[in-house]
Design a protein around this ligand. Structure first.
Ligand code: XLS
Ligand code: NI
Ligand code: NI
Length: 437
């Protein structure tokens, strides 16, 4: 096989003083931070869809990406060749994981059975490349939104046949994920939502979506797939409203339909922005529910109202993300998955390296800074002190569920008024964070 990136050798850690653009300044895979290697903390994953299928097209113009290895055809052999290129890239980058949708890796055939055969033929190459390189599959997923048959959604379609097709696709994608030793499987709601409520039976659609997920849980058990299931919140785009709109909505849906024990959340930064939340907010909502699973580590543009899926370079963003992730025990089954694409104007193959190196370095810095803040302890101590009134006396009694309204009235009648509140010290805390950035 001819090399797709002949002028690029394995990306090395060169340290913060280096001026070499194709080197890591902060991501040093074997370096121990807070008791674990950076590799094990961050569990970086490269996405197949943006990185190897992205053309750079947008609603106003055609693709711009130079991908000399791709013959532009929809053939299985082109897809197999692309798989080799993907692994050359991921290996040179030094990321331990990758992720795919079924339709990213293999072309759709004329019938479902042909499509499944195509997927098997490419999966064979993926398996061999995984074995050759040691790169692992973080999660797989099914694309239930591109084909026109999913115009009204998949699990929430008004057409029962579309639901059935989606179910068949999930079955196959689960089998292939299992075959490739995937550590997880993600459900992102594609077109699971509505464009107008005038034509929508919301209750019925939600019920159907839950049925589809229950079928997936049952099939997972049947084939012995031990990977983690994730659901990925997103509020809108392509639909006006997606049912999995944010972390809180997803958790509520999972609880309502008895699915919570089987799922964790895959939180994406740009989706948090679209939902009007910060990434940290979404991570905290998931973490507090014991459902923080994995992240799609991209970023949006606050001046553009859509899912721009840019590579993350903002150190505050990565610091706050890693603070919440460390707080909830770190990523175990999940990883830092770059659901991100190079800009349409960044069309040379080398830009794929610049983008990923930048994202990995930004997260490595975020990890080191967050670990230093944790080690310093002042931030956590401040929060602990802020809630000290709950640690004993009346607070402890309330937390233990041993106080009634009557008890609290008696307590307050005797005490007279609230012990003076103390300052929240937001500015002091923001300054404290800046000590570490
Ligand atoms: C789209 C989603 C998608 C999921 C996987 O906005 O982010 O890429 O991550 O289906
Ligand atoms: Ni997205
Ligand atoms: Ni995503």
């Amino acid at each position: 096989m001819k090399s797709a990136f002949p002028n690029i050798t394995k990306i090395q850690y060169a340290g913060p003083q280096s001026r070499e653009p194709l080197a890591f300044k902060h991501y040093n895979a074997d370096e121990i931070v807070a008791g674990k290697t950076m590799r094990d903390h961050l569990r970086f994953a490269v996405v197949y869809w943006h990185t190897f299928r992205g053309t750079g097209s947008d609603p106003f113009g055609a693709g711009t990406m130079q991908r000399p290895w791709d013959d532009g055809s929809n053939s299985v052999s082109n897809a197999q060749n692309r798989a080799h290129v993907a692994f050359e890239f991921i290996e040179k980058l030094g990321a331990p994981y990758y992720c795919w949708h079924d339709r990213d890796v293999a072309p759709e055939g004329k019938t479902l059975s042909e499509t499944n055969k195509n997927l098997d033929a490419v999966a064979k190459v993926l398996k061999a490349e995984q074995k050759r390189t040691g790169i692992k599959l973080l999660w797989g997923t099914a694309n239930l939104f591109s084909n026109p048959r999913f115009v009204h959604g998949a699990g929430t379609s008004s057409n029962a046949d579309a639901f059935a097709f989606a179910a068949a696709q999930i079955k196959k994608a689960l089998e292939v994920t299992h075959e490739l030793g995937g550590e997880g499987y993600t459900f992102w709601g594609g077109r699971e939502g509505y464009m107008t409520l005038l034509n929508t039976d919301m209750k019925r659609e939600l019920d159907h979506l839950a049925k589809l997920l229950h079928m997936a849980v049952a099939y997972k058990k049947q084939i012995g797939f031990k990977g983690q299931f994730y659901i990925e919140p997103k509020p809108k785009e392509p639909t006006k409203h997606q049912y999995d709109s944010d972390a809180a909505a997803c958790l509520n849906f999972l609880r309502e339909f008895d699915l919570l024990p089987h799922f964790k959340l895959n939180i994406e930064t740009n989706h948090a922005t679209l939902a009007g939340h910060s990434m940290q907010h979404e991570l905290e909502v998931a973490g507090a529910a014991g459902a923080l699973g994995s992240i799609d580590a991209n970023t949006g543009d606050e001046l553009l109202g859509w899912d721009t899926d840019q590579f993350p370079t903002n150190i505050y963003l990565t610091t706050y993300s890693m603070l919440s992730i460390l707080k909830y025990g770190g990523l175990t089954t999940g990883g830092v998955n770059f659901d991100a694409k190079v800009r349409r104007e960044s069309f040379e193959p080398v830009d794929l390296f610049h983008a990923h190196i930048g994202g990995m370095d930004a997260f490595a810095r975020g990890l080191k800074i967050a670990a230093a803040i944790q080690q310093d302890g002042r931030l956590a101590e401040f929060v602990k002190q802020r809630y000290a009134s709950w640690d004993s006396g009346i607070g402890a009694k309330i937390e233990a569920g041993k106080a009634t309204l009557k008890d609290l009235e008696a307590y307050m009648l005797k005490k007279g008024d609230v012990t003076p509140n103390v300052s929240g010290r937001q500015e002091f805390l923001e300054n404290l964070i800046n000590e570490f950035i």
